[in-house]
Design a protein around this ligand. Structure first.
Ligand SMILES: Nc1nc2c(ncn2[C@@H]2O[C@H](COP(=O)(O)OP(=O)(O)OP(=O)(O)O)[C@@H](O)[C@H]2O)c(=O)[nH]1
Ligand SMILES: [Mg+2]
Length: 321
């Protein structure tokens, strides 16, 4: 498949072209970057829903049921499940496949698992590029599932149009969520596994937490919903709530999209910059510097100053020519 037919295939929504495009992006190939360039003008239409929460909270099950709900309304769905496990074991990938198997034969749904590790330029960038592919392919809603454990994962969800934070009773989740900084990114809270003991208590404690925050007049106040994903209970309410946020936040969406682009630009720039640094430094220099810092021979600030001096002497400054 040449570059042109690949982007045409993506724009036509061809699943094979979509899969191939995503692989190019995942592998950080120049062809992947070129593809993003070609499809970019045709993006910005899909609604990006980020779903995050602790491991095993029922996110995939919820995404599966939410996908069914969205399909009932006639919209198409792309799902990106960011897999917390090693790309080599593939365990969770299989798990996600099984949990989302109901949509296997539905051409209106495209599901892809992505490995957390191995993205030199950052997980958030790889994920948002994949979201662009699904957007260009005509998916109305793109759902991104990540485990809310690290900054990377939180960043992924932060760049979505809406962030849904899933918690489960009896695991001290709220505390963890607070630590990971995902409380403040929530536009909607979901207490899943509502069939379990302690669901109401968890709901109360999230509510108490929210009560400490002040919301301006007309400002969106994150609702706290209860779901039992395995029984599809509360899922239509969740979709309705996402719709309400979307209605409410048209203005906010524009600023979020802008923030997303700014984030991407900064991320790409630093990625490129680091690459240039790698190219400009003599072989092994970077590692040697790391060792010197590790052995307390120099401090990181001095190291950066040294590296900057080295690369500035190698990359001619146009002003001084
Ligand atoms: N009792 C109960 N179990 C549930 C509910 N939702 C999901 N589960 C179960 O919880 C387990 C984990 O579900 P997943 O959907 O894989 O959770 P996840 O958050 O995607 O997990 P990771 O992606 O591995 O972090 C599965 O065994 C589900 O069947 C629920 O509402 N009630
Ligand atoms: Mg999952």
């Amino acid at each position: 498949m040449n570059d042109r037919s690949l982007s045409d295939g993506v724009l036509a929504g061809d699943p094979r072209a979509i899969a191939r495009a995503i692989s190019l992006i995942e592998d950080e190939t120049p062809a992947g970057a070129a593809l993003v360039g070609r499809i970019f003008p045709r993006t910005g239409r899909a609604y990006l829903v980020g779903i995050t929460g602790p491991p095993g909270a029922g996110k995939s099950t919820l995404v599966d049921r939410l996908t069914a709900e969205i399909r009932r309304g006639g919209l198409t769905v792309g799902v990106i499940a960011v897999d917390p496990t090693s790309p080599f074991t593939g365990g969770a990938v299989l798990g996600d496949r099984v949990r989302m198997s109901a949509h296997f034969n539905d051409p209106g749904v495209f599901i892809r698992s992505m490995a957390t590790r191995g993205h030199l330029g950052g997980l958030a960038r790889a994920t948002s590029d994949v979201a662009l592919v699904l957007d260009a392919a005509g998916k109305d809603v793109v759902v991104i599932e990540t485990v809310g454990v690290g900054q990377d994962e939180v960043d992924v969800v932060r760049t979505a149009d809406i962030s849904v934070v899933v918690l489960v009773p009896g695991t001290g989740d709220e505390v963890q969520a607070l630590k990971a900084g995902i409380m403040e990114i929530a536009d909607i809270f979901v207490v899943n596994k509502a069939d379990r003991e302690g669901a109401d208590r968890l709901l109360q404690s999230v509510a108490a937490n929210l009560a400490l925050q002040t919301f301006g007049r007309g400002e969106w106040r994150p609702p706290i919903l209860k779901t039992e994903a395995t029984a599809s209970a509360g899922v239509s309410e969740l979709w309705a709530s996402i719709g309400a946020f979307r209605e409410h936040g048209q203005a906010a969406r524009a600023s979020r999209q802008r923030a997303r682009q700014e984030y991407r630009l900064r991320e790409l720039l630093s990625h490129q910059f680091l690459r240039r640094v790698d190219e400009a430094l003599p072989a092994g220099e970077f590692e040697r510097t790391v060792n010197r810092i590790a052995s307390r021979e120099i401090d990181p600030y001095t190291a950066v100053a040294e590296i900057m001096t080295t690369i500035e002497s190698r990359i001619p400054n146009p002003e001084s020519r």
